[in-house]
Design a protein around this ligand. Structure first.
Ligand SMILES: Cc1cc2nc3c(=O)[nH]c(=O)nc-3n(C[C@H](O)[C@H](O)[C@H](O)COP(=O)(O)O)c2cc1C
Length: 185
């Protein structure tokens, strides 16, 4: 059993993946960890879409790229224009976390589930990156059909995603952390 504090401190966003498929057992462990996140009033207002279909992952990335290119904000346009831009960094697996629209705490609950996903991935030796740019895919042309195709239930909306795969590089060193953000009384 990994020491949770070691895993928390070692975890970094990983953006380079081996092309190997992620083992189904590993994906199941990661999603199960998400289910153990706390949620307000234990409503568990989440839904998880686990995607390992490379064509679909690439399609979501392409839709996001097109919508970023058409965005008014030039920083999104520039990002989309980067060589080999892929919103999920060509990860072989993606988990999309959707939240129940009627739940006032769904964003916090789903964010807690996301952190469990990232930590479980690190504990298994998988690389992972929290990716929100994928949300552009739902805005552009072709995006309206995506929720249905991704099995997102009626009344839920996509909030966050994680790109997952076996690491193609070691975790980068942890950057300095802010120290002046704590008040002890
Ligand atoms: C809400 C949220 C959205 C993020 N969206 C993206 C994203 O779209 N693409 C990306 O490469 N990283 C994304 N990240 C990862 C952050 O860039 C990363 O966590 C941050 O730079 C700190 O680095 P670390 O995760 O290695 O500690 C996101 C992180 C969070 C919490």
């Amino acid at each position: 059993m990994n020491n949770i504090l070691e895993v928390i401190k070692k975890r970094r966003s990983v953006r380079m993946f081996k092309p190997d498929k992620v083992k189904k057992e590993d994906l199941e462990i990661v999603v199960e960890a998400a289910l153990y996140a706390p949620s307000a009033r234990n409503l568990q207002p989440w839904h998880f879409t686990v995607i390992t279909d490379e064509k679909l992952i690439n399609e979501i990335s392409s839709l996001a790229k097109a919508a970023m290119t058409a965005d008014k904000n030039s920083s999104y346009q520039q990002r989309a224009a980067e060589t080999n831009f892929h919103v999920f960094y060509h990860a072989p697996a993606v988990i999309i976390v959707s939240g129940e629209e009627s739940s006032p705490w769904a964003q916090a609950d789903c964010a807690a589930a996301m952190q469990n996903i990232l930590l479980a991935a690190e504990a298994l030796g998988l690389g992972a990156c929290w990716v929100n740019l994928f949300l552009f895919a739902f805005r552009g042309e072709g995006g309206e059909a995506l929720p249905g195709r991704l099995g997102i239930p009626e009344g839920y909306r996509p909030l966050y995603s994680a790109a997952l795969g076996y690491k193609a590089q070691d975790n980068l060193p942890v950057p300095p952390k802010k120290k002046d953000c704590i008040t002890y009384l």
